[in-house]
Each structure stands twice: as C-alpha cells, then as structure tokens.
Design a binder for this molecule. Structure first.
Ligand code: GTP
Ligand code: MG
Length: 310
C-alpha cells in the first residue's frame, strides 16, 4: 500500500518517545488524583480504610502479572504505588511512553474493575457503627484517576533509599494521621475478628470517649509535638497503643515477585520473548507473588532480597 503524504508526521513521534537509559533501574510511581476528595466522597474510614488499601494491593498485583516478569517489587501506601522494573528489563524496548502509560492505565482499570469486590464485603463490621458506615456496600461515585511518573536510578543504593524514603513517609504520615483523627473523634480501630478464623476485621471507635476537637484545634494541639508526644497522647487520652496498629498501616505493603531464574526458564518456551508469550502462560502467576508488610528501611530486607537489584 502506498504511503499517504501525511505519513511523515510519524517521525515526530520518535523524537518524543524517550528510551529509558539501559542498565538503570526504572521506578514508576502512580498516585491517586485528588484522593482527599475521592476518599471523602466515598466516606472512607480514617485514618486508614483497609478495603481501599487492599484494593490498591490487588490492582498492583494485576500490574505485576500484566508485565510479568519485568516488575520485581512494588511498594504501596496511602493512594500511591511504586513499581520497580528489573535493571536489565527490555520491556517495550524501554520506551518510556509505553512503560509508564501502560502501568498507570492497567493499575487504574484494575482499581475500578475490582472496586465492588472490596466495597461490598460483609466481613467488615462494627458493633459501634459510625454513621458513615450505614451500609457495607459503597458504590463507586465517579471514575478515579492516577497520575504517574517514571524515574531512573543509576545504582542499587539509590533504589534502596528510594523505597526507604517512601516507607519513612508512610510511617510519619500514619503516626500523624492516627493521633489527629483520634483527637477529632474520627479514628477507626481495626481488631482481628475473634469470631472468624480468616482475615476478617472488626472495626470500632476509640475505647475512651473524649470530647472531639475541631480539625483546627487538633492541628494546634499537634504542632511542636515530637513522635514520643504523639504516642503518649494516643495512649493516655485515647487508649491507643500505636504499636498495635496493623503493620499494613504502619509499614505499607511490599509486593515481591518471588521466582528464580531456573523456574523462569522452565515456564518460558524456547526462542520466545516474554512480550510474545505473556498471554499464553498457563501457570497461575499468583503463586510467585508475595504481599508483605515488613521493614524495608533496615539492611536486613535488602540482604535477604539481593536478587531484586541484580
Ligand atoms: P494529589 O495527589 O496532588 O492529586 O492530591 P491528593 O488529594 O491525592 O493528596 P495526596 O496524594 O498527597 O494524599 C493522599 C490523600 O488520600 C490523603 O491526604 C488522604 O486524604 C487520602 N487517603 C489515602 N488513603 C486513605 C484512607 O485509607 N482513608 C482515608 N480516609 N483517606 C485516605
Ligand atoms: Mg494523591
């Protein structure tokens, strides 16, 4: 077929499609757009709504499976998720436009696709139900969006420090939010349900009922407090032992692709590359995916998972 005279415009695309520098680690981070509004509109529990955090994890697992075996680790907290692409990956020939946009749109569509599974659960219940939880079914009110950015890291140290930075951010924000919402009377406590052997939770408000502060009063009360003051306020005034908060809330979620090169080669038909065969794989990729809520700041995690950074 002869080319049209307009075909030349395609050449402009080439110069706008950056190739991500080879030998560098690639991190793609997605972040919910205006989630302060989204979480308010959907009456999400404060400071953490486990349904939403679990949905974020499900969406991240979907992304890892879509791009198997290129994403080796992901870290999520609040409305964000970071994906680490293996250093030697040739995913989409390292074209930034493809890699970044597909990770972001796969995550977003999974978030919408799985929403009803996570927001129609009867497992989450409370004996002192806050008025906002009049129904356990929450209908998605409008299409959420996530932004994305793609960052290159030249060595293992800076990749480790990147993930440490995100986990410190999680810790600082969660500590602040937990005491803040205790002060305003909006704090939700999660207890592993004693009536069930599976992972269902009972939610309740504070054990001690103290006159709630306005957000302004709470902000003023917390200004100039250090970490130990916040622990003390929670424990003394509200009976909250911060150490007993769920690890998922305090540390965020770490998803690891747990597969060694031998197993990888076994499931990969010879002479095919991963892009060609990803859809043909008939093994359940869930078996290679672990979700943890552990410390990634200390060296121990990185010593035990050295293959992430090869
Ligand atoms: P942009 O990212 O700049 O578009 O704004 P944003 O409103 O999304 O702010 P940001 O990403 O900095 O912060 C995420 C916000 O999501 C938090 O400030 C909370 O308001 C909200 N959020 C995240 N997770 C939860 C949750 O589990 N429960 C509730 N209630 N809110 C949450
Ligand atoms: Mg956001």
């Amino acid at each position: 077929m002869s080319k049209s005279k307009y075909e030349y415009v395609r050449t402009y695309e080439d110069s706008s499609d950056h190739i991500l520098l080879k030998d560098c680690y690639i991190v793609v981070r997605i972040d919910g757009q205006k989630f302060h509004k989204f979480t308010k509109r959907h009456n999400l529990l404060k400071p953490n709504d486990k349904r939403c955090l679990d949905l974020m994890n499900e969406s991240a697992k979907h992304v890892i499976k879509c791009f198997f075996p290129n994403i080796v680790m992901a870290y999520g907290q609040s409305d964000e998720y970071s994906f680490l692409i293996r250093r030697m990956s040739d995913l989409y020939k390292r074209r930034q436009n493809k890699v970044q946009s597909l990770i972001c749109s796969s995550f977003t569509s999974a978030f919408v696709y799985y929403w009803s599974q996570y927001f129609s659960s009867n497992e989450l219940f409370t004996d002192r139900r806050p008025s906002t939880l009049s129904s356990s079914v929450v209908t998605l009110q409008y299409p959420p969006a996530f932004d994305s950015r793609c960052i290159l890291y030249p060595n293992a140290k800076v990749v480790m420090d990147y993930f440490r930075w995100r986990q410190v951010d999680c810790h600082v924000n969660n500590l602040y939010n937990t005491v803040f919402y205790a002060l305003t009377g909006q704090y939700t406590k999660y207890l592993i349900s004693s009536s069930s052997s599976d992972s269902s939770y009972k939610i309740t408000t504070c054990d001690k009922q103290v006159q709630p502060m306005t957000p302004k009063e709470a902000t003023d009360r917390l200004s100039k407090t250090i970490s130990s003051d916040k622990h003390e306020i929670m424990f003394t005034d509200y009976g909250i032992n911060y150490n007993n908060e769920l690890e998922q809330f305090k540390k965020g979620s770490i998803i690891l692709l747990n597969i060694n090169d031998d197993v990888l080669q076994q499931i990969k038909p010879k002479k095919k590359n991963w892009d060609q065969i990803r859809e043909d794989i008939d093994v359940d990729l869930n078996q290679f995916i672990d979700v943890k809520h552990c410390d990634i700041i200390k060296d121990e995690f990185w010593d035990q998972n050295q293959s992430l950074l090869t």
